[in-house]
Design a protein around this ligand. Structure first.
Ligand code: SF4
Length: 471
């Protein structure tokens, strides 16, 4: 892979044979993707994955400080590992990710048995840091800027038919509730030719679906060229790669959604008809306090443009309830916009302050928890009503799904995903993940569809697992 050169292969990291590693990942898709890369780096050094803590020689906690109780989760895990390390002194414990980027030396102050702390910008150094800790004792290294894109590192992917591809890291926005700019740094776009080359190499191994990943994909490329909008061109280029049947992306920012991007979605057959467009609030007053850069009216206009350009577009969103200073009237505006937007699904959250963000300092305006909980319940009703309505409209249709595997609740039932990102459960003989099938939709619920298998249309091309990338 471009951009990464190991300096030590193939000697064991800790100087022992048959080393095993375990990674625990907290948080968002960006972290999951980083963990794939950490796993790839460790496997490139000859390590093997284990799911048993007692069998692990190296444990990596890939942290997140976006979600609630991040500190408690990290220190709870480190407390558990302390007892293990007392029994097994050779164990090496590494902490990476957003919380490590933010808390740095504090982690080893609170949990001195932590051998390595590394930040979001030096994932590529994890092997080097583990080796250094073996000889020099605890190390902490956190950089302010990235020099390597996560996608430029070797990977151990869990899904051989579907892959995440980083197109951008960092974020130049300043949403008042968000810690990402502080821990992921400024926005840097990956050169388009490098992205397309990675997608081509993924397609060559049998990957049929790629998801382009960035904090704000709609502003992709503005640091590379003044010729805008580059994201639309990227969608067309990735969508044209032979063998790739589905292109997805996340997350776009509404203020940067251009008509050209909607047009590229509409006329590139492989780009899926699904748009995740985070609303956050329907109140212009709250949107301004959040520094979101759009009004509710502008948001709905952008959504209408996208729907006009992309036939059968499914739309999902994120909404925060109880942002500091949100009044009953503000909340009513949110309900109105949610009803008008007719979402297919929504991730809804009650505001909780994240240390280090601007909104954490709005303590004098915090909404009482009982009020926020009541608003949350009302919002859930509106969102689920809209989702059910959208899903009922699909009953009777035949959908092409990409099979993900057995359903979590019933192994006799398979789960697949439509181009609109809807889960469909259907009874069938076992089919390998990565199979394409046509399924007739027979029933709808707010969060999924039920159906009957019509026919298998394509078997997976991939082998059982994509090997660690050659360097
Ligand atoms: S756009 Fe806003 S919410 Fe998204 S990562 Fe950037 S600061 Fe956070």
């Amino acid at each position: 892979m471009q951009g990464y050169r190991s300096r030590w292969r193939p000697t064991p990291i800790l100087g022992r044979v048959a080393e095993r590693y375990l990674i625990r990942t907290f948080g968002c898709q960006m972290n999951v993707h980083d963990s794939e890369r950490i796993a790839g780096l460790l496997e490139a050094e000859g390590m093997q994955a284990t799911e048993e803590l007692d069998a692990a020689d190296v444990v990596v906690l890939n942290t997140c400080c976006i979600r609630e109780n991040a500190d408690n989760k990290l220190y709870g895990n480190l407390g558990q590992l302390k007892a293990l390390k007392e029994r097994k002194p050779g164990l090496r414990i590494a902490v990476g990710g957003c919380l490590a980027q933010k808390d740095r030396g504090l982690i080893q102050d609170r949990a001195p048995h932590t051998d390595v702390v590394f930040g979001t910008h030096n994932t590529a150094s994890v092997v080097d840091l583990l080796r250094r800790s073996e000889h020099d004792g605890a190390v902490m290294e956190v950089l302010e800027e990235s020099h390597t894109f996560p996608s430029a590192l070797p990977a151990r992917r869990d899904l051989p038919y579907s892959a995440w591809v980083t197109i951008q890291i960092g974020c130049d926005n300043r949403c008042a509730f968000c810690i990402v700019p502080a821990v992921r740094g400024k926005e840097i776009s990956r050169p388009p030719e490098e992205i397309v080359a990675e997608v081509e190499s993924l397609a060559a191994t049998g990957v049929v679906e790629v998801t382009l990943l960035g904090q704000n994909v709609n502003s992709y490329g503005r640091d590379l060229t003044r010729r805008r909008p580059l994201f639309a061109e990227l969608l067309r280029a990735v969508g044209a790669v032979e063998g790739i049947e589905r292109v997805r992306f996340t997350s776009p920012h509404p203020k940067d959604l251009r008509p050209q991007t909607a047009a590229a979605m509409g006329d590139t057959p492989t780009v899926c008809e699904h748009l995740h467009l985070p609303l956050q609030s329907g109140s212009d007053r709250v949107l301004a306090a959040m520094h979101r850069g759009y009004t509710a009216e502008r948001y709905l206009e952008k959504l209408a443009t996208a729907r006009a350009a992309v036939a059968d577009l499914a739309v999902s969103t994120d909404i925060i309830v109880g942002f500091p200073g949100e009044t009953d009237d503000d909340f009513e505006r949110t309900l109105e916009v949610v009803a008008a937007a007719e979402y297919d699904s929504a991730y809804t959250f009650v505001f909780s302050p994240r240390p280090g963000t601007e909104a954490a300092g709005f303590g004098d305006r915090f909404v009482p928890p009982a009020v926020a909980a009541e608003r949350f319940a009302r919002l859930t009703v509106v969102v689920e009503r809209s989702a059910l309505h959208k899903h009922q409209a699909r009953v009777g249709r035949t959908e092409r799904v990409l099979v993900e595997g057995p359903s979590r609740k019933d192994a006799a039932v398979l789960t697949g995903r439509t181009r609109q990102n809807k889960l469909v459960h259907f009874a069938a003989e076992p089919l390998s993940p990565g199979t394409f099938a046509r399924v007739q939709v027979t029933a709808a619920a707010p969060h999924h569809l039920l159906g009957d298998l019509v026919e298998v249309t394509a078997r997976p091309r991939h082998k059982t697992r994509i090997p660690v990338a050659a360097l």
